[in-house]
Design a protein around this ligand. Structure first.
Ligand code: BDR
Ligand code: CA
Length: 318
């Protein structure tokens, strides 16, 4: 029987904030996750793939296929994030090893297969570097018209984390980001300027833990570990939940203020390679290609996170 849920492929590099984003997607009644595809980024491809398998097992959804993506960007190497996400990519949490095995198809091939076999368009959530999706689009351009939307965490208006104004997902594979931005697919983009202000405060983490049980505590611990870097190194008062923004938008778009802009990737700059250039005043007269997240309602976002943990925690306890 056909369901009315939005069909989704979740491309990610888990990653502590990817882990929370995945939880949000799984807890939602609006989203039907067809597959999780992995990319290196926060940590190696071996780690992100095993983490995806183990997270799905932990979330009670090891039926969802996990497909391994690229170990490297289209050019060069990734700048990885052990200083934020810990050595294995999910902080200090020890998850049980999933009995499931990764899918036999590589990410770009599974993306193509799912899109071409589907009689409705599919949304791609992208919370890591865009390499797999760019490869799929380049190798199989026929998939472009089958993509409903790419909801991505990446890029930035004015701040960076791997360069002065260069964000990690977009800037770790500038060529891939360029391919996505110029291929004509509808894009909703949640950049670092927005995710830096979409914070889960320590009191929110305590409230999540107070749901009770190891499930809720583990999620609070994901946030606490991720928060440490931002607190100690950047002086933040809460944990910026980058990747969850790209999912929360699909569940409750009202959380975000979105505006249409033309966004391009700087491929050449000495100091700006990997930066997204957002034409706020349409100076270039280029057509808008991105629905761009400008700000978020932090309280509403945190409520969604809390409700999602509560819901999944309750479901798993039954
Ligand atoms: C992005 O980079 C990764 O560290 C996070 O998981 C997020 O996707 C933030 O720049
Ligand atoms: Ca990520």
């Amino acid at each position: 029987m056909k369901n009315n849920k939005r069909k989704v492929i979740f491309d990610c590099d888990p990653g502590l904030d990817d882990a929370l984003a995945l939880l949000l997607a799984l807890a939602s009644d609006n989203l039907d996750i067809l597959a999780v595809t992995t990319i290196a980024g926060n940590t190696t491809i071996e780690n992100t793939t095993q983490n995806a398998l183990d997270l799905l097992y932990f979330y009670g959804r090891s039926d969802i296929p996990v497909s391994r993506g690229n170990a490297n960007p289209l050019l060069g190497n990734f700048s990885m994030g052990a200083h934020v996400h810990g050595k294995r990519g999910i902080g200090s949490v020890e998850l049980k090893s999933s009995p499931a095995q990764e899918h036999s198809l590589r990410a770009h091939d599974l993306i193509r297969k799912l899109l071409m076999e589907s009689d409705e368009k599919i949304t791609i959530i992208a919370t890591g570097p865009l390499t797999n999706i760019a490869l799929a689009i380049t190798l199989y351009p026929e998939i472009i018209e089958k993509i409903e939307l790419i909801s991505m965490m990446g890029g930035s208006l004015n701040v960076g984390n791997i360069g002065a104004a260069t964000e990690a997902n977009a800037g770790n594979d500038p060529e891939a980001t360029h391919i996505i931005l110029s291929c004509g697919v509808p894009i909703a983009m949640f950049g670092l300027h927005l995710t830096y202000t979409t914070q889960i405060y320590p009191k929110d983490m305590d409230r999540i833990e107070s749901i009770g049980g190891t499930f809720a505590k583990t999620i609070a611990d994901f946030n606490r570990f991720h928060f440490q870097f931002y607190k100690n190194e950047l002086g933040f008062k809460g944990d910026p939940s980058h990747d969850s923004c790209a999912v929360a938008y699909l569940i409750n778009p009202d959380i975000f203020t979105m505006e249409e802009y033309n966004v391009v990737m700087d491929l050449d700059g000495k100091y700006s390679r990997g930066q997204t250039i957002v034409d706020l005043y349409n100076v270039t007269q280029r057509k808008p290609n991105v629905l761009f997240g400008m700000k978020s309602n932090r309280e509403a976002f945190v409520e969604l996170v809390y409700d999602s943990v509560l819901k999944l925690s309750y479901k798993l306890s039954k």
